[in-house]
Design a protein around this ligand. Structure first.
Ligand code: SF4
Length: 285
């Protein structure tokens, strides 16, 4: 660790800045969520498809995605004030960052935010790629039916994960975390997305993720790649896949596979960011 100045620290390839925020909760436009809470801006996991950078206003993080993280030092204090006076609702924790990225092991802003929100009677919906979420099982367990945790699992093949999510915990670690959460009776879901043509859209991958969802009693969210302008740049590594992802053939093919698997495994399936379920706890055919 290198101290660069009073307001930034260098951890290996990562530069960490600190800031104070005026607000903590923001209104969410996502279905099923009333609010979003992001204790950090930027994300050291640096997934190459991540478009959270487009919604991150701090340019230090958005322009060097994966290399810069901004710690919102006072967010727990601000959240405490807001949580006491704002209408209760569902808070998505980690909508444009991962609340369990590496810096969380030091600053614990996600843990303290969970304590505050659950203590004030909010429903918290966490999405992460990290088994660090297990550290907070003690708090999650106090939320009763007002807590759910989603693990993003794009593939169970480590070589594909290394390519698209170079600094995120490996798929096996996420799988184990999901199983432990499920064993602890926490409501869980799996986010299979983005689904990228030629990388993780094959039947074997889809079936392994559907079967894991069934084994853990998780709802399965699936999300075909949403093509953003930066993905069409000549030097973007997934450019070819991004072009294919726009085709009706790809989208209809994925939809058909997912629907078949969700019926086969009796899963509740939802398309990411859409309110209507594709299937709902359908029985095995
Ligand atoms: S973990 Fe999520 S927020 Fe972080 S880089 Fe990957 S997709 Fe983006």
């Amino acid at each position: 660790m290198t101290l660069l100045s009073s307001s930034s620290i260098k951890f290996g390839r990562l530069t960490v800045y600190f800031t104070n925020v005026k607000t903590a909760l923001s209104r969410s436009g996502l279905p099923d969520l009333d609010y979003a809470l992001n204790p950090y801006a930027g994300c050291s996991f640096g997934c190459i498809y991540c478009y959270a950078r487009l919604y991150t206003s701090d340019r230090r993080a958005s322009e060097r995605w994966g290399e810069v993280v901004i710690v919102k030092s006072n967010i727990v204090k601000v959240l405490g004030r807001e949580a006491r006076r704002m209408p209760r609702g569902v808070v998505g924790l980690g909508t444009i960052t991962d609340g369990y990225q590496v810096v969380e092991s030091i600053f614990k802003l996600t843990r303290k935010s969970l304590e505050t929100l659950i203590g004030e009677g909010f429903h918290v919906s966490v999405q992460t790629k990290s088994p660090m979420v297990l550290r907070d099982l003690d708090i999650l367990a106090t939320g009763g039916g007002k807590v759910d945790v989603g693990l993003t699992i794009t593939t169970l093949k480590p070589e594909i994960a290394e390519l698209i999510e170079p600094h995120a915990p490996p798929p096996l670690a996420r799988l184990k975390a999901l199983k432990k959460l499920s064993e602890a009776k926490i409501k869980t879901w799996v986010f299979y997305g983005p689904i990228i043509p030629g990388l993780n859209d094959d039947l074997e991958t889809a079936e392994s993720i559907a079967s894991l969802s069934a084994e853990t009693g998780s709802t399965l969210y699936y999300d075909p790649l949403r093509v953003k302008p930066f993905m069409l740049a000549e030097d973007y590594p997934l450019r070819e896949a991004a072009l294919k992802a726009k085709s009706r053939e790809f989208l209809e093919g994925i939809e058909a596979i997912i629907k078949r698997l969700c019926i086969k495994y009796g899963l509740e399936c939802r398309k990411g960011f859409e309110a209507t379920p594709l299937t709902s706890n359908m029985s095995t055919l």
